[in-house]
Design a protein around this ligand. Structure first.
Ligand code: CIR
Length: 254
């Protein structure tokens, strides 16, 4: 899967008012902006043309743009955030994505966060989580089926924030996955790289045009990935982490 474009959004000054369960101390805006800029540079260095949107005042989590939509070759699906406080982010991203793809939408009573959607070639794994309900997953499933894709729901209720907090595609038939999800029958056909429980945050990464973009500070996971012969671009992500966000969350890639 080759990505030529990505959309990101700058974090706003109010970002520390976002939703978080992490207990990692006070986030720093200057550091967050610097880490975000490195992320954009990192994507560009991998051949991706990045559209950088302005911050969205009143929506402190809006720079986690991945949650507001699901985008694939034929369409962009505007999500319906599971967290009330994030409702409205999807309306702000719609006119941007409309420039690139025909739009589809998740409607009430469905809820869906893009962080619950793991695309592996022509198949979508859709996490049922505290944010994505069955109705939202089924709506997305019906949309992607129209375009010839298949999908499977994966329950992560009571587990991580999003499905992709705990599982990432490493290309081919390989997943990086936290032990808690490794036994899921939905992933039975995959070769699994188990993420060490002490490095759970590292389970969220992205493959961009053959390179693994992961967070710095997770040597066990990095060594496992390098042992597969995959190139790694490691980026600082301490500040988004404080807000429960990972590297996938900060871009829509297509
Ligand atoms: C939230 O709780 O919604 C944000 N603070 C973090 C969202 C992270 N997004 C993602 O994992 N896709």
């Amino acid at each position: 899967m080759k990505f030529s474009k990505a959309v990101v959004r700058l974090p706003g000054e109010d970002f520390a008012q976002g939703i978080t369960e992490a207990d990692l101390g006070a986030p720093d805006y200057g550091t967050l902006l610097a880490q975000h800029a490195s992320y954009v540079e990192g994507l560009r260095s991998l051949g991706v043309e990045v559209t950088v949107l302005e911050a969205l005042p009143g929506f402190p989590d809006a720079y986690f743009v991945e949650d507001a939509a699901v985008i694939f070759a034929e369409a962009a699906v505007i999500a319906r955030p599971g967290a009330q406080a994030r409702r409205g982010e999807e309306d702000a991203i719609a006119p941007v994505l409309e420039q690139f793809r025909p739009l589809e939408r998740i409607a009430s009573p469905g809820t869906l966060d893009g962080g619950d959607v793991l695309m592996v070639e022509r198949h979508f794994f859709i996490g049922l989580s505290g944010r994505t309900n069955l109705d939202g997953a089924q709506q997305l499933g019906r949309i992607v089926e129209k375009y010839g894709y298949t999908w499977t729901p994966v329950s992560v209720e009571g587990g991580p924030l999003h499905l992709k907090s705990s599982v990432s595609w490493l290309g081919e038939q390989r997943l990086l996955i936290s032990p808690a999800l490794a036994g899921c029958r939905e992933f039975a056909a995959f070769e699994k790289v188990l993420c060490d429980p002490s490095e759970e945050y590292a389970a969220n990464l992205i493959m961009v045009n053959g390179t693994v973009v992961m967070a710095t500070g997770f040597p066990l996971t990095r060594a496992q990935i390098e042992a597969l012969g995959l190139p790694v671009l490691a980026l600082e992500a301490s500040e988004p982490r404080k807000m429960d966000g990972g590297l996938s969350c900060m871009s829509l890639r297509f």
